[in-house]
Design a protein around this ligand. Structure first.
Ligand code: SAH
Length: 193
């Protein structure tokens, strides 16, 4: 394990998941997903950590996150990268995450209310992309907004079961992908324009 990975784990262990929840706060330490309203969920902590480690962040990385949700994953990404651009389609979740992460004094997170299938063109390209909702295929716009040498983590599959995939773009822009493990995420709503 690298020293950065150790640091990420240490930070994660002291990050208060309950702060990002409205209900079931007292159960925040349970390793399971919980409802955050609007049919959406806060992912289980071990998965949030695993996805973050697989993304292979570095201090200068510019990260796109699709599916802000509670903002719990956003906080972890922001602590170990230069800037995070996070997109959420449900207005209330977007507002709430913005408020919570603002109060927690994160200054390197940029919030957008909108459809993350399109990424965030104005701020592309990104070194890293984290998608926290399930898609049938990797959205083309997201591949387009990934830098050469970039990495993306995304659950790909049907609404009820997916594979967590690591998508890599090499120095020549060639794409390769590998499956990490089976997962179940809520769906990425909408499609490409
Ligand atoms: N990482 C979040 C996961 C939230 S669940 C957490 O742990 O709290 C997935 C989120 O993706 C939901 O908030 C959902 O509203 C959002 N989402 C679904 N489709 C989306 C889309 N097309 N664009 C942006 N956000 C989307």
């Amino acid at each position: 394990m690298t020293s950065l990975e150790k640091e990420i784990i240490r930070y994660f262990e002291q990050l208060d998941r309950g702060y990002f929840m409205d209900e079931n706060k007292e159960l925040a330490f349970w390793d399971q997903a919980f409802s955050i309203g609007y049919g959406q969920t806060i992912s289980q902590p071990t998965l949030v950590l695993k996805m973050t480690l697989e993304l292979d962040l570095f201090p200068e990385s510019r990260v796109l996150e699709v599916g802000t949700g509670s903002g719990f994953q956003t906080a972890l990404l922001a602590a170990f990268s230069a800037s995070v651009y996070t997109v959420e389609r449900i207005g209330s979740l977007h507002e709430q995450a913005k408020e919570r992460l603002g109060e927690a004094e994160f200054t390197n997170i940029h919030f957008k209310h909108g459809d993350g299938n399109q990424g965030w063109k104005e701020n592309a390209p990104f070194d890293r992309i984290m998608v926290t909702a399930a898609a049938p295929d990797v959205p083309e716009s997201l591949i387009g907004q990934l830098k050469n040498g970039g990495k993306m983590i995304i659950p790909i599959g049907s609404p009820h079961s997916q594979n967590l995939m690591l998508i890599e773009k090499d120095g020549e822009g060639e794409i390769s992908s590998s499956a990490i493990e089976p997962v179940v995420f809520v769906g990425l709503v909408g499609g490409e324009e």
